[in-house]
Design a protein around this ligand. Structure first.
Ligand code: B12
Ligand code: SF4
Length: 451
């Protein structure tokens, strides 16, 4: 969505823009080939931390194919690791830190001669002497309603699917009716502003109607960090959907704190079928240590309301091993999660996943703690090859083994795995139990360097 916003603005300013969906092209080489065919003057890209090595390889391939192009990167990973990324990947000409719209547009204005780049707030760039220069930060835009509709037409939107209800893959396009989140959860890598800014509900619904008219989109992910950050905004958005008789099914996420049943009922009437709650853990002490600013009582109340009024699916995200966790809090968390099940009835999502370990993302409080506790190697760089040393453990997700795991100094990851296996086997999903069964094979593969 970030790239689509930037492309829309670039087009509005008279530039030609094209989109390449790297995920579907299969390899960095294939992406570079496609980009080279388009022969752009400027290439912009964004990666998540877990995809950073593939992303950096893609950037190298693009540079090889287009030696003269200006390569600029952004998004949560590069925003938090700008200088490090530019030191490791000399192919990168600039990093846009944080919210990208204004910085990117000011950059484009200066690109023909590459002059005055030091005037662009929010930019980290390589100057004519090859030195990396960080400009002052960019203030987030106070008003996001004036932005054009993201240029979704540049991307293969019919290919974007997500299992919203059950495991059925529903074509889904993301929209955001707000940006930012004022909370400070220790594991969160939110690189946009902490101040919440809301899209005018009429503008948000214009976008949704346009998606319906132009592409036949009927499924939406409302990707706000906390859709219920403001009941007033959530109410206005739902009322606008209903007033315009917008027939869309949507999914969203919210903090399970002080929920208003009337707002949830309205969401349901306006097409929201599925809601995800960042529960994370089931004891008040770990909630506090994780900076969650919620209580178990609030979480229980949220589940009770969501279950009672009839959401089709309620997801609860959980993390085991956050700061302050002990085997006792694990036991209480699992008991707590089980006690939520009857409140949700058929909306209980069977994959409510116990056994997700905390991952360390750049710019998070957890990253600061991991460094202070020597969990990361002394010469650790976010953009140089890294493999989680404990990737042989069954709960280390094989997709995320290049992302460091946080390890509570009093509760090693091995202890968490052994404790869950011994005491909570029945609470683990089939996939996780399978990983336990394959653990010795995995250990062997790691030992002989196959992983
Ligand atoms: C929707 C969402 C998802 C969805 C869909 C993702 C998708 N297909 O795009 C789902 C549920 C699938 C998902 C999954 C995950 N997600 Co997610 N997700 C988000 C969320 C809420 C919104 C993303 C978005 O579209 N934002 C809106 C746009 C406008 O913002 P933006 O992308 O940041 O772009 C702006 C700037 O960053 C900048 N910019 C971005 N790119 C570029 C490029 C250039 C060239 C320039 C100039 C500027 C620029 O300009 C843009 C406009 O201002 C973000 C949180 C957030 N608020 O952004 C997390 C977030 C991106 N997710 C995150 C994570 C960790 C995950 C998971 C790993 C979680 C997990 N443990 O499984 C998975 C992995 C998914 C995967 N395989 O990649 C982290 C990423 C941290 C990191 N360092 O990489 C975030 C930041 C959440 C957080 N606060 O910690 N996610
Ligand atoms: S509530 Fe969600 S978006 Fe906000 S800081 Fe916590 S995890 Fe991040």
């Amino acid at each position: 969505m970030g790239m689509a916003y930037l492309a829309a603005l670039a087009r509005q300013a008279g530039h030609e823009a094209a989109g390449v969906e790297g995920v579907f092209l299969g390899s960095p080489k294939a992406v570079a080939r496609r980009v080279a065919e388009l022969a752009p003057d400027v290439v912009g890209t964004s990666v998540r931390t877990q995809e950073r090595f593939v992303g950096l390889e893609m950037i190298r391939q693009i540079r090889r194919a287009l030696p003269e192009a200006f390569i600029v990167v952004g998004g949560p990973h590069f925003s938090q690791t700008a200088e490090d990324a530019m030191a490791v990947a000399t192919e990168i000409d600039a990093v846009v830190v944080g919210e990208g719209e204004r910085t990117f547009m000011e950059l484009l204005e200066r690109l023909p001669g590459r002059e005055g780049l030091d005037q662009v707030n929010g930019l980290v760039f390589r100057n004519a002497d090859g030195q990396v220069v960080r400009n002052p930060p960019r203030e987030p835009m106070p008003d996001i309603s004036h932005l054009p509709v993201p240029a979704y037409d540049l991307f293969p939107i019919s290919e974007y699917v997500y299992p919203m209800i059950d495991r059925e893959a529903t074509p889904i396009i993301g929209v955001m009716t707000s940006r930012g989140c004022p909370q400070s959860c220790v594991f969160c890598a939110n690189s946009l502003d902490r101040k919440v800014r809301f899209l005018d509900p009429a503008v948000a619904v214009d976008q949704i109607e346009w998606l319906g008219r132009t592409f036949g989109v009927t499924g939406l992910g409302v990707w706000d960090d906390d859709f219920l950050a403001s009941n007033r905004h959530a109410t206005a958005f739902c009322e606008e959907l209903l007033r315009r008789n917008c027939k869309v099914t949507w999914w969203t996420g919210a903090r399970p704190a002080k929920l208003d049943a009337e707002v949830l009922k309205l969401m349901l009437r306006a097409g929201c079928k599925c809601i995800s709650f960042g529960v994370e853990t089931g004891t008040d002490e770990v909630l506090r240590a994780a900076g969650k600013n919620t209580t178990t009582a609030q979480i229980r109340q949220a589940m009770e309301v969501a279950g009672r009024i009839g959401f089709q699916r309620v997801n609860t995200f959980l993390i085991i091993g956050l700061p302050g966790e002990t085997t006792d809090t694990i036991d209480r968390t699992i008991a707590f999660v089980k006690s939520l099940k009857p409140l949700l009835g058929s909306a209980w999502y069977r994959e409510t996943d116990i056994g997700q370990l905390p991952l360390v993302y750049p710019g998070t409080e957890l990253a600061v703690m991991a460094r202070a506790q020597d969990r990361l190697p002394k010469d650790f760089s976010w953009n140089r090859p890294y493999l989680e040393p404990k990737r042989h453990l069954p709960l280390v997700n094989h997709r995320y083994q290049t992302v460091p795991h946080y390890e509570n100094p009093h509760l090693p990851l091995e202890t968490i795995c052994a404790h869950l296996k011994k005491h909570h086997w029945g609470a683990l999903s089939r996939g996780r139990r399978r990983r336990f069964r394959l653990a010795s094979l995995r250990r062997l593969k790691v030992a002989v360097g196959l992983r």
